[in-house]
Design a protein around this ligand. Structure first.
Ligand code: HEC
Length: 101
């Protein structure tokens, strides 16, 4: 029983650190968008904010840029660089950011 509890604690601690590192990875990816869309997706003007962006809409917009279905000057190229998993992680990240602007 004691070993079981210790084993469970180790597994839970491991899971928490995996989640933390995924969040850091997502922040790192999302930082690539900051030049144009602002820090944490809060645009300083002239560009759409990504903070508070609806998760499902974000995923469908990124897909449409990637396929060329949605007209774009820049995003059709940028969107090529991200996997579905990375887009989903960014969708969660931006949806969770409070919209300031
Ligand atoms: C070099 C500037 C630039 C960077 C960097 C950039 N974007 Fe964009 N983004 C744009 C422009 C410009 C548009 C308008 C569509 C177009 O012309 O490509 C846009 C539009 C969007 C839209 C649609 C907003 C709306 O509701 O109309 C989303 C979503 C988006 N970008 C996500 C991202 C994500 C995610 C990243 C980072 C991976 C990113 N962008 C990085 C310039 C940029």
């Amino acid at each position: 029983m004691r070993n079981f509890l210790i084993g469970t604690a180790v597994v839970l601690a491991g899971m928490a650190s995996v989640q933390a590192s995924n969040l850091n990875q997502t922040r790192y990816i999302a930082a690539n968008c900051a030049n144009c869309h602002g820090t944490n997706g809060n645009s300083v003007g002239g560009m759409e904010s990504l903070s508070g962006y609806d998760r499902e809409k974000f995923i469908s917009v990124m897909k449409a840029y990637k396929s060329g279905e949605r007209p774009a000057t820049i995003m059709h190229q940028l969107s090529q660089g991200y996997s579905d998993e990375q887009v989903a992680a960014m969708a969660d990240f931006f949806a969770s950011q409070p919209r300031k602007r």
